[in-house]
Write a protein that binds this ligand. Structure first.
Ligand SMILES: Cc1cc2nc3c(=O)[nH]c(=O)nc-3n(C[C@H](O)[C@H](O)[C@H](O)COP(=O)(O)OP(=O)(O)OC[C@H]3O[C@@H](n4cnc5c(N)ncnc54)[C@H](O)[C@@H]3O)c2cc1C
Length: 408
């Protein structure tokens, strides 16, 4: 048996788990089939939404989803994938009932309220700290109708103690003077942070992990199994008998856990980005609430992120809808250059209750950390801390029962 801890999947969750375990004194090997940050962690909007408490499954979501499905809207469902997706959609719809929504909000905020602190702790003594910007998270509304429709989310935030301010017209343009004068209402979470280059952040954290004695391997894990209580990892190169195994393969995680007879209702909410030339026109990530897209001023260019596409994890990307947003972005930032630099698609790993699995498995030495949906960047460092606690059989700062793998 190899006494090291093997972490499978080097997205933000895997890297944060690997570093937290290393800081606890373990020898750790991080494995990815492509490289650090090859999945959803590569191309997200970079927002660290401290205190985020609104689950995706909200009361009334089915009605809103039907509206979002209209041509050009931010939601799409692959018709050929629908039969496979249906059980997940039914569970998701059940989770949107008021009582479930309130409970999920409580368990979500229990994690997210530690996001900023956990990021600060993670970045201490690393070279990556320059990418962690204290610029807040801004949502803008063109109409009072859309702003009023958001009132229940604001009420939930108030109930959970998540700080925010509402902004009027003048206050919006004091913060972001280069935006077109089309917005009437704003909603600002000042204590949120922004990762100005998620790809470089993941590379730099991996370098930090390796410089401190960690091992990084590029290999595809083809199967995980257990024989006589020994975990076994089969890769394209070798068979490994790890002392401890942590599965952090994002939307691909349940493909791997099949080999140890564990399944969870994990689906992917695929999202897209389009890169435009670098601009200094905005200072923080900004959500256009009505149009359902986010503009993020990355150091590599202006990133437009949008969409929830419910389709198979390995289905080909369709860039038509993200490209169609260009005139809407132009309307918001008339002076910025609008030449497409690249497009990308990533798979958000999502469970019906909008909560991740952070848990020991039915096998003593196998742990799971996946299903972070729209908040994986926000929750990476906190998840790493909690997995280190579970491996050490140490009491965590929060109760981990709501995130257990056997809740489904
Ligand atoms: C458009 C978009 C915008 C987003 N914006 C934000 C945001 O602003 N803030 C926020 O908090 N979150 C955001 N998210 C969500 C966030 O990006 C994800 O929740 C997070 O990246 C998930 O991280 P992960 O490590 O679980 O998965 P991933 O980043 O997908 O990593 C999984 C890794 O596992 C590897 N892997 C898979 N199978 C195998 C195998 N068999 N063998 C070896 N390796 C394997 C993959 O190569 C990959 O590197 C956004 C997501 C999208 C798509």
């Amino acid at each position: 048996m190899d006494a090291k801890i093997y972490v499978v999947g080097a997205g933000i969750i895997g890297i944060c788990c690997a570093i937290a375990l290393q800081r606890d004194g373990h020898k750790v090997v991080l494995i990815d089939k492509i490289g650090p940050g090859a999945g959803a962690s590569f191309g997200n909007a970079g927002a660290i939404v401290n205190g985020s408490c609104v689950p995706t499954a909200t009361p009334g979501i089915i009605g809103s989803a039907l509206k979002m499905l209209k041509p050009g809207g931010p939601l799409s469902i692959s018709p050929t994938y629908l039969p496979q997706l249906l059980p997940w959609l039914i569970r998701f719809s059940w989770q949107s009932r008021e009582q479930n929504y309130q409970r999920n909000a409580l368990h979500l905020v229990a994690l997210t309220k530690h996001a900023t602190n956990s990021w600060q702790k993670l970045l201490t003594n690393t070279e990556s700290v320059d990418m962690f910007k204290a610029v807040g998270w801004l949502r803008l509304f063109e109409t009072s109708q859309a702003f009023n429709a958001n009132a229940s989310s604001r009420q939930l935030m108030t109930e959970h103690g998540t700080p925010y301010q509402t902004l009027n017209f003048d206050e919006i343009y004091d913060l972001e003077p280069n935006l077109a004068r089309i917005f009437q209402h704003g909603f600002y979470q000042q204590d949120c942070h922004f990762i100005s280059n998620p790809e470089r952040m993941l590379q730099s954290l991996t370098e930090h992990f390796v410089a401190n004695g960690g091992e990084f391997k590029v290999a595809e894990v083809t199967n995980i199994k257990v024989q006589e209580q020994q975990a076994i990892i089969e890769t394209t190169d070798e068979v490994i008998y790890p002392g401890t195994l942590v599965v952090t393969a994002g939307a691909w995680s349940t493909k791997l856990t099949k080999g140890i007879n564990y399944s969870a209702p994990l689906e992917t909410e695929r999202g897209y980005h389009m890169m435009l030339p670098v601009t200094k026109a905005i200072s923080r990530p900004i959500v256009h609430a009505e149009q359902g897209f986010v503009l993020s001023p990355m150091e590599t260019g202006l990133r437009v992120t949008s969409q929830v596409e419910l389709a198979a994890v390995d289905a080909p990307a369709k860039y038509r809808k993200i490209r169609a947003l260009l005139p809407k972005v132009k309307r918001m930032l008339p002076d910025a250059e609008m030449t497409e630099q690249s497009c990308w698609m990533g798979c958000r790993p999502s469970l019906p209750d909008s909560l991740p699995i952070i848990s020991q498995s039915a096998h003593k030495n196998i742990f799971y950390a996946f299903g972070h949906q729209h908040l994986g960047m926000t929750l990476g460092p906190m998840t790493g801390e909690l997995i280190a606690d579970l491996v050490a059989a140490r009491k965590s700062k929060i109760d981990l029962t709501p995130y257990r793998a056997d809740r489904f």
